[in-house]
Design a protein around this ligand. Structure first.
Ligand SMILES: *Cc1c(COP(=O)(O)O)cnc(C)c1O
Length: 359
């Protein structure tokens, strides 16, 4: 069996050990004569999976009892609507930091429900940076401060949490959740679509602080869109197979050594790539140096023709899914937790050869 070096931005590569485990159990889960996909979401088997996944997430992130873990559907994009629906209204303002396409989509939805203040936007520089200290123009009393911790498309990442003017943070961590330790005290809600760093597509992990829910709006919220509906019990059928896979990815995260391990591992991988990019003028990083992402490494070549050749030759060497998003162009290497060091080394070797032959 041959597996490619997969740099897909999402759905992204998964740990091979997790895939193998699922394969083994696929048609006959724990000798029950049925797949976990074919069992009731209220069965003892699935209940154990769901609870284990939630407990593991709390352990990995260091969350206390004020936190709840929800496994929701509708993708990370549904949270763009669900968050403002629950927390803002015509007389309540939230601050939204605009650092890319995903933030601006969230801002569009928030505008449907309440007041939105934008303390910072890097739109004019094609989202090549995140804000530095002192660059945020907050509103007086924001209900929350919203940010996208890693900008998957533009290859930028907050190196630390932004200021909040006294509010709690709400974070779209879809593309860097569990890639490094997190200071949960600063957060009210964190969400992540699983398909980048946590598992397969189909489930969105939402961590929510119960005390933050006290800030919920008084106006009616449709039942399924109200966070309270999902706390303490399963309201409807969760995406059982996706949660089952996430549970095994979380087990793998713990076995590897948790968030400190992944921070070090991801830094090593990103350093290897950026060192190669910065060697001379042939490759050119698109993000400002202090905003560079350790998850999505974006760069250009001297011409679009060379970029096309680069992608084609890379694919011939089993280095796949390296095409940048159309709004940035060029090359994007997504190197999430499950991307092996071996894959990054193979890419760097290829980049060296390509420069030698074309530079
Ligand atoms: C991929 C992505 C999304 C969208 O996720 P869906 O599950 O497709 O809705 C949102 N935010 C960020 C940061 C992403 O990388």
């Amino acid at each position: 069996m041959k597996r490619v070096h997969n740099f897909s931005a999402g759905p992204a590569t998964l740990p091979l050990s997790v895939l193998e485990k699922a394969k083994k159990e696929l048609v006959n889960y724990r000798d029950k004569g049925a797949s976990i996909m074919e069992m009731s979401h209220r069965s003892p088997e699935y209940t154990e999976v769901n609870e284990q996944a939630a407990q593991r997430l709390k352990r990995i992130t260091g969350a206390d009892d004020d936190w709840d873990v929800l496994f929701l559907q509708g993708g990370a994009s549904s949270q763009f609507m669900m968050i403002p629906h629950n927390f803002i209204s015509a007389d309540k303002t939230a601050d939204y930091i605009d650092t890319g396409s995903w933030s601006s989509k969230a801002i569009k939805e928030a505008n449907l429900f309440g007041n939105v203040n934008i303390p910072f936007s890097s739109k004019e520089s094609n989202y090549s940076k995140v804000p530095g200290d002192g660059e945020l123009n907050h509103s007086d009393n924001p209900v929350y401060t919203y940010f996208t911790s890693n900008n998957t498309i533009f290859g930028t990442q907050f190196q630390k949490e932004p200021g909040t003017n006294g509010s709690l943070l709400v974070c779209d961590a879809s593309s860097d959740f569990l890639s490094r330790p997190i200071d949960l005290d600063k957060y009210g809600l964190i969400f992540a679509g699983a398909q980048k760093n946590l598992g397969p597509a189909g489930v969105t992990v939402v961590m929510i602080r119960k005390s933050f829910l006290e800030k919920q709006v008084q106006s009616p919220i449709p039942t399924i869109l109200n966070y309270n509906t999902h706390i303490t019990k399963l309201f409807n059928t969760p995406p059982v197979f996706a949660v089952y896979m996430v549970n095994y990815v979380l087990e793998w995260v713990e076995e590897k050594g948790g968030l400190p391990y992944f921070e070090k591992f991801n830094t090593e991988k990103a350093d290897l790539l950026y060192n190669e990019i910065d060697k001379d003028g042939f490759y050119r990083g698109t993000a400002e140096l202090t905003s560079r992402s350790k998850m999505n490494v974006t760069f250009r070549l001297p011409s679009e023709d060379l970029e096309k050749t680069f992608l084609a030759e890379a694919a011939n060497n089993d280095l796949v899914a390296l095409k940048g998003h159309r709004s940035v162009g060029g090359i994007r290497a997504s190197i999430y937790n499950a991307c092996e060091m071996e894959s990054v080394k193979a890419l760097v070797d290829f980049m060296q050869d390509f420069r030698k032959n074309n530079g």
